[in-house]
Design a protein around this ligand. Structure first.
Ligand SMILES: [Zn+2]
Length: 343
């Protein structure tokens, strides 16, 4: 175990100490619906940012079949540590809240340059379930991205709402949540060197094997998000999402990993275009188990690096964030809490 992993364990122990105050706990009480800065009267400036100004990010959470509170904590800390972002969070009503409460949840997406989703409607029923988002909130997000806003989908955000077609166009492909062959689109496979939408009528629609370290291999090493990074690096203990299914339109696969579950290369970093907007889809980033060291996948320096650079890219179209010296190579993952990463 290296010193980085020790840091992670120390952090985990500290979290246990303060668990009663909300550091841990998927089932903990969330903020009151609509109480966050994003849906309240306060709003940030809506004028376009000048070059070098902090990028305005809105993280959305509140329902997820994962520990969304600590996932938000980690992703927010990673973005803030770079010094490039100002981050606000909009926490939705609880899953069983009334329709009136859901109707009232309308984050002001247009106040931000990029929205990062750590949200799904926690629906694994065959055929899907009732959509939690109001039609107005869905339309707000569609308009925001279509008109040029950035969107980032982290891990199980791609489990969200199988039957919201425009959302699935934004993320390219998703998994679980009632997705099925013959209904919800295609799987992308590397055929003759080209990522190709295939198998619309057969196969699974989202699965993963046991959590493990896995190698991330770049397909587009010169893409601004990846330029200058090692072209293969070891990601720390995570679920490798496999056979994601969706419209699979306007998807550029930047990197892939080999699944021991499907015995196929699976897209692991994607850029999707939707109207004038760009989406960064990162299937990595599982955290849901109190028994593991907190957030090995979320605290992987490779994950943190591509998350920050990808978020900047879909917000601005360029990448100025550097590469930590601690970035992993192909042999071993490197796990460091966000506050200790030197950018
Ligand atoms: Zn997961």
């Amino acid at each position: 175990m290296n010193s980085s992993a020790s840091h992670g364990l120390l952090y985990f122990a500290l979290c246990l100490l303060v668990a009663s105050t909300g550091c841990a706990g998927q089932g903990g009480n969330a903020e009151a619906p609509g109480s966050d800065a994003a849906t309240g009267a306060a709003s940030s400036a809506s004028a376009p940012a000048a070059a070098g100004d902090p990028i305005r990010v809105l993280i959305i959470d509140g329902v997820n079949n994962h520990d969304w509170e600590r996932t938000t904590e980690a992703t927010r800390a990673t973005l803030e540590q770079t010094g490039r972002f100002v981050v606000q969070v909009s926490t939705s009503p609880r899953q069983r809240a009334s329709r009136e409460e859901w109707e009232a949840w309308r984050p002001r997406f247009s106040d931000y340059q990029v929205v990062l989703s750590n949200f799904n409607d926690d629906c694994e029923h065959v055929g899907g379930c009732e959509s939690l988002w109001s039609e107005a909130t869905k339309a707000d997000l569609e308009t925001f991205v279509r008109e040029g806003g950035g969107f980032v989908s982290v891990h199980a955000a791609d489990n969200h709402d199988a039957n919201w077609l425009e959302y699935n166009k934004m993320i390219g492909m998703g998994g679980w949540g009632g997705r099925q062959a013959g209904v919800h689109g295609s799987i992308m496979r590397l055929l003759d060197g080209e990522w190709t939408a295939t198998s619309p009528d057969e196969g699974i629609s989202g699965e993963h094997g046991r959590r493990r370290d896995f190698l991330v291999v770049h397909d587009q090493p010169d893409h601004p998000i990846l330029a200058g990074l090692p072209t293969a690096w070891m990601h720390a203990e995570d679920e490798l999402y496999s056979s994601l299914r969706g419209p699979a339109e306007n998807v550029e696969v930047l990197a892939h990993s080999y699944s021991l579950y499907t015995n196929e290369d699976e897209p692991i970093l994607m850029i999707i275009t939707y109207g004038e907007g760009k989406i960064f889809h990162v299937p990595m980033g599982h955290y849901n188990d109190e028994s593991e060291p907190f957030g090995a996948s979320l605290h992987c320096v490779g994950f943190q690096t591509v998350l920050a650079r990808g978020t900047e890219y879909v917000a601005t179209g360029v990448v100025t964030i550097g590469i930590p010296d601690s970035f992993p190579g192909a042999e071993e993952p490197v796990v460091i809490i966000p506050g200790d990463v030197v950018w």
